[in-house]
Every structure is written in C-alpha cells, then in structure tokens.
Design a protein around this ligand. Structure first.
Ligand SMILES: NC(=O)c1ccc[n+]([C@@H]2O[C@H](COP(=O)([O-])OP(=O)(O)OC[C@H]3O[C@@H](n4cnc5c(N)ncnc54)[C@H](OP(=O)(O)O)[C@@H]3O)[C@@H](O)[C@H]2O)c1
Length: 265
C-alpha cells in the first residue's frame, strides 16, 4: 500500500538512501534538512532544524501544506559528538541531547495530535547500537540514544490504543557522513593520552571499514510493510551476537572491546 512518509535528515547518509528508495517504491516522501536549498532531490525537502524549538513548532503547518495526512514518521536526523567522556565539555553533551534526544521527542510530540486524530500511524526512530551498548569515546551520543530507547519504549505502550505503532532501528556502524560531520572535543588531559590514541585509531578503523547502509534501509522498509512490528530492530553484522554477549557475559564483552581498542595502534 502506498503511504505518505516523513523522513527527517534526508539530505545525507541513511536518510537520503531511505527517502530515495521510498520515493522509487511509489510512496509520497517528504524529507527534511536544515538547508533544503542546497539539494536537488526527486522528493520534496522541507526545512527543519530539530535543535530549534521555533523550527519544530512551525513545522506541522509547513508539512500539512504539502500533504493531507501522514502515515509514517521516520525520526532519522541526528549527529555525533565524540571524545573521551571527561575530555568532552558538558556543553557539547547538552547540545548532543538537544538534537538527538529532545529534538526527536519534540518533533514527535508536534505530530502526535495528527496521528491520534486519524487513529493510525507508525513512528520509526533511528537509534543506534550505541543506544543498546556502550563504547569508548561516545558517552553523550550513546547516552542520547539510550534515552531515545527509554522514551519510545514507554510511548509504544501509551499509543497502542490509538493504533500508532512505535519501533526503533539500531544500526551498527555504516558508511555515511556522520564521521565527517561529527563534533569532536578538543580538550586533552595527559592521563588519557594513550587511551585517546588507541580509541582514535579504533574509531578510524571502524569508519574506514564500515559497509554502506542498505541493510538499515531494508530494515525500515520491512517495518513499514509490517502490520504490527516489534519494538527493537538492531541492524548490522554481528549485532545479535554483541547484544547476546552483553546480556549474558558482560565482562567478556567488555574485555573483547578493550582488547580491540588496545590493539588498534
Ligand atoms: N552511520 C552510522 O554508522 C550510524 C549508526 C547508528 C545510528 N546512526 C544514526 O543514523 C541517523 C542518520 O545519520 P547518518 O549516519 O546518515 O549521518 P549523516 O550522513 O551525517 O546524516 C545526518 C542527517 O541528519 C540531519 N541533521 C543533522 N543535524 C540536524 C538537526 N539539528 N536538525 C535536523 N536535521 C539534522 C542532516 O541534515 P542537514 O545537515 O541537511 O540538516 C543529515 O541529513 C542518525 O540519527 C545517526 O545517529 C548512524
């Protein structure tokens, strides 16, 4: 069935690939970007900055001047703050939450009255495997994605009687622009010199060897097609193994990560 679908952060990476695929499949797609004038895409791109209350509050009016109803909201927009936790200024952490967590929650809240009124809809949020596990250098990113897990887990209960389905997609590392647009802390504390070198090399290797994000797109397509999707959809090679290991053998999981980090240089 052809649907009307909103994809936030559709100018790049996962969102761009997803919005293009949905458009090709015949759905009505509205994408968003902070700078829509920069792009020439086959689907409609509206301006939205999820770190700005003003932009979020004015968005439904702009959206519903283009479409009559909305079937699926895909919360995809987000970015990465990276740096060892103690070396990352709190302000960078706050900004990370302002976009990844609060921006996503505020936009969802703006659109919920429309979904409730029509008594159907799907809300699919692109979290991260880092919303389910932790790794060095991504404390605030990981915390923002863990927070999304908690928020949408609760929302899913509360929206069930309105026939609004809530799911999360949790990608492992995929090749997009997230590394290039990451905000990296510049603070350096001598005690962390070795760990910083190791984690920088570890992250570089992870970004360099990451696959392209088709599996994430295919997972979202699957959720859109399902009548009653489950909540969690981890995506990427080894994701089920990592999650099982974390659940049943936390110390072994931790040691295997640290071993790889220490071997990275
Ligand atoms: N790539 C990965 O390995 C990976 C893994 C797990 C989860 N994720 C998640 O996947 C999602 C997409 O990331 P990506 O990897 O595709 O990165 P990307 O290529 O950098 O794309 C990020 C998108 O988010 C938009 N965006 C960023 N900040 C925004 C803001 N304040 N308001 C509105 N839009 C904003 C950008 O649009 P404009 O710059 O045009 O505004 C862009 O379209 C993110 O939520 C990310 O956390 C990615």
């Amino acid at each position: 069935m052809k649907q009307t679908i909103l994809v936030t952060g559709a100018s790049s990476g996962i969102g761009l690939l997803l919005a293009n695929k949905l458009h090709e499949n015949g759905h009505t797609v509205i994408g968003t970007s902070r700078n829509p004038e920069k792009y020439n895409l086959p689907f409609k791109l509206l301006e939205l900055d999820i770190s700005s209350d003003k932009s979020i509050e004015s968005f439904p009016k702009r959206l519903f001047s283009q479409i009559e109803s909305l079937d699926v909201l895909i919360n995809n927009a987000g970015y990465l703050v990276s740096g060892l936790a103690e070396e990352t200024p709190i302000d960078l952490g706050r900004q990370q939450f302002e976009t990844n967590f609060w921006g996503t929650v505020k936009l969802t809240n703006q659109l919920l009255p429309y979904f409730r009124k029509q008594r159907h809809g799907k809300i699919i949020t692109v979290g991260s495997i880092l919303g389910l596990i932790g790794l060095p250098t991504v404390a605030y990113y990981s915390a923002s994605k863990h927070s999304l897990e908690g928020y949408f887990k609760v929302l899913r209960f509360e929206l069930r009687d309105f026939n609004i389905k809530v799911s999360m997609v949790e990608p492992m590392g995929f090749k997009t622009n997230i590394g290039d647009s990451a905000v990296r802390s510049k603070v350096k504390i001598d005690d962390y010199d070795l760990l910083r070198k190791q984690t920088t090399a570890f992250s570089k290797e992870a970004f360099d060897t990451a696959p392209t994000p088709e599996p994430v797109v295919n997972t979202v397509l699957k959720i859109i097609d399902q009548k009653d999707p489950k909540f969690n959809f981890p995506v990427g090679q080894g994701a089920p193994f990592i999650l099982t290991m974390q659940h049943y053998a936390y110390k072994a999981f931790e040691n295997s990560i640290l071993k790889r980090v220490r071997k990275a240089i």
